[in-house]
Ligand binder design. Structure first.
Ligand code: C5J
Length: 261
């Protein structure tokens, strides 16, 4: 545990975060964790695996946000909050690495392709004033991550202009510099940013586990198909499981506390 903190925590991390990580229950970081998954068991080494939480942003998830304004039922995304919180708490307590992403653009919109701005022919689009500030613009309230899953200062937040988290970002460099080879992927939406990111990751050699209860779509059929496409053909893009299975596997990897003699 301690060597993880030494290796990955920068000097800017508040002391209380370091103490929280060091004093958390000791997980056996050197042994492989096996998770029941489809199409077959997913195995990972905790020190080489990051939890990647995609776009859990207020504008997508909160009532009154941009997503709801477009007529979407945000409860379909909000059901992912609780399992993500539970997983994030356990993952942090084990001293493992977490990375968050946000979809959005520079305030001058210089990184917004005109095609993305115009797509949908909506009367209100990216960069326009919305219910929680300018829509999908960095620094605006709606662009930020929901409070329930708010990043710690030690956790990188990758701001991405596209649907995939690798396009136009330093995510690959961050993962390489930290020795990450595998990703547990959660967030929204299943068929858009989660799927695109998993495909990008797969092409770069990362092995992804997607947790069905921790990813969400406004459309039930896309949720189903988005997951089926990942695990099809022997796991063409990755693996699919449930957070309960991952939590069980993490628990099995944490030695039971020794009882005093
Ligand atoms: C994400 C979107 N995050 N659906 N964005 O999936 O436009």
């Amino acid at each position: 545990m301690l060597h993880i903190c030494r290796a990955f925590c920068s000097l800017t991390i508040p002391r209380f975060e370091l103490i929280a990580e060091i004093s958390s229950p000791a997980m056996n970081l050197s042994s492989t964790v096996s998770v029941e998954a489809e199409p077959y068991v997913y195995e990972f080494n905790p020190t080489q695996t990051a939890l990647l939480i995609i776009d859990m942003q207020r504008d997508f998830l909160e009532p009154g946000g941009f997503g709801e304004m477009l007529g979407n039922d945000v409860s379909r995304l909000r059901r992912t909050i609780e399992p993500n919180q539970k997983l994030l708490t356990a993952w942090r307590a084990s001293g493992l690495q977490v990375i968050h992403t946000r979809e959005g653009h520079r305030p001058d919109l210089s990184d917004l392709p005109p095609s993305k701005k115009q797509r949908g022919r909506s009367t209100i689009s990216i960069g326009d004033p919305g219910p929680m500030g300018r829509i999908l613009v960095r620094g605006e309230a709606g662009h930020d991550i929901i409070p329930e899953l708010y990043p710690l200062r030690s956790e990188p937040v990758v701001d991405k202009p596209g649907k995939g988290a690798f396009f136009g970002t330093d995510l690959h460099a961050i993962l390489q510099n930290r020795g990450i080879q595998k990703l547990v992927v959660t967030g929204v939406t299943t068929e858009v940013c989660v799927n695109t990111t998993v495909r990008e990751a797969n092409d770069r050699g990362y092995e992804c586990l997607v947790l069905e209860d921790c990813v969400g779509s406004y459309f039930p059929e896309f949720q189903d198909m988005g997951l089926r496409m990942i695990k099809a053909q022997g796991g063409i893009f990755g693996w699919v499981s449930h957070s309960d299975r991952l939590l069980t596997a993490l628990g099995e990897n944490t030695p039971a506390p020794r009882t005093p003699a």
